[in-house]
Write a protein that binds this ligand. Structure first.
Ligand SMILES: NC(=O)c1ccc[n+]([C@@H]2O[C@H](COP(=O)([O-])OP(=O)(O)OC[C@H]3O[C@@H](n4cnc5c(N)ncnc54)[C@H](OP(=O)(O)O)[C@@H]3O)[C@@H](O)[C@H]2O)c1
Length: 252
């Protein structure tokens, strides 16, 4: 029984987007610790290499790959996909935020958020499927957000982008079920990462709000990565089309 581990990712190759920081970095490192070979993507190559430096070798000793890409750009998506090996796992995690109340939404800001959080994952997924990069029986995980269902002032566009990706993922789950490819969404509550710096809310306000979380704190990336591992592993082989809150109880 010593080697029994239904959560193992040994023998799997997993693409993680947004692997240069925060939640994506945590997921990439955890996947490697669970035996996967990982393809790290994001725009900042230096930070991707920092993530790589925190990862053990894959269980089969195959080198992890660093493939920088700007997912807001279709040519860049195609170039990324062209460099990918066959994947047993995909974590569509890259995302941005900028808070604006509905009256002051700027068209450019709205387009950037919808592009990165909704359109780019859809276009990347299309390219992965067209180029037959996802193995039958594989698993696709989207990092959505509790914000899809829990509204706060200034977060309308971001919330819409995340609700949109959840609806998309459910359709994808139905379409890919015949190939036993599973598709699920992770919905984190507030997690201490760089994305919080772009919200015009100061740390003090976050610290106060953190106290309202039933478990008494916001998350850290290490709180999220085990759920991604679970969804990528055979342990979740009868789960598809779901969206799972992981939020210290904030969504209750
Ligand atoms: N932190 C939270 O409270 C929270 C809560 C719920 C959901 N989320 C979601 O979690 C995901 C990760 O966010 P995080 O909190 O870890 O924030 P983060 O540290 O800012 O990470 C965002 C990641 O997305 C990548 N990215 C952004 N735009 C990109 C683009 N055009 N092309 C390629 N990569 C791009 C960034 O990489 P480069 O800068 O290198 O491109 C970075 O690795 C996002 O989808 C976010 O919406 C976060």
């Amino acid at each position: 029984m010593k080697d029994y581990n239904p959560f193992s990712l040994c023998g799997k190759t997993v693409l993680v987007t947004g692997a240069s920081s925060g939640i994506g970095r945590g997921i990439a490192v955890e996947c490697a610790k669970m035996g996967a070979r990982v393809v790290l993507s994001g725009r900042n190559e230096e930070q991707l290499c920092e993530t790589l430096s925190q990862m053990p070798l894959a269980e089969n000793k195959e080198a992890h790959l660093v493939v920088p890409a700007d997912l807001a750009n279709t040519e860049s998506i195609d170039a990324l996909v062209a460099q990918l090996p066959k994947l047993e796992g995909v974590v569509q995690n890259a995302g941005i935020n900028k808070r604006m109340t509905c009256q002051f939404i700027k068209e450019g800001d709205m387009q950037n958020i919808l592009r990165t959080n909704l359109e780019s994952p859809i276009l990347l997924q299309k390219a992965l499927l067209k180029k037959k990069k996802i193995a039958d029986g594989g698993s696709v995980v989207f990092t959505a957000s509790l914000a899809a269902w829990r509204q706060t002032p200034g977060n309308a566009v971001y919330s819409a982008s995340k609700a949109g990706i959840i609806a998309y993922a459910k359709t994808l789950a139905v379409e890919l079920a015949s190939r036993k490819i599973r598709v699920n969404c992770i919905l984190p509550g507030m997690v201490w990462t760089d994305i919080l710096n772009n919200t015009k809310i100061d740390t003090e306000t976050y610290r106060e709000n953190e106290k309202t979380y039933p478990l008494g704190r916001y998350g850290v990336p290490a709180d999220i990565s085990p759920l991604a591992v679970y969804l990528l592993s055979e342990a979740s082989s009868w789960m598809t089309g779901t969206s799972i809150n992981i939020d210290g109880g904030a969504g209750v």
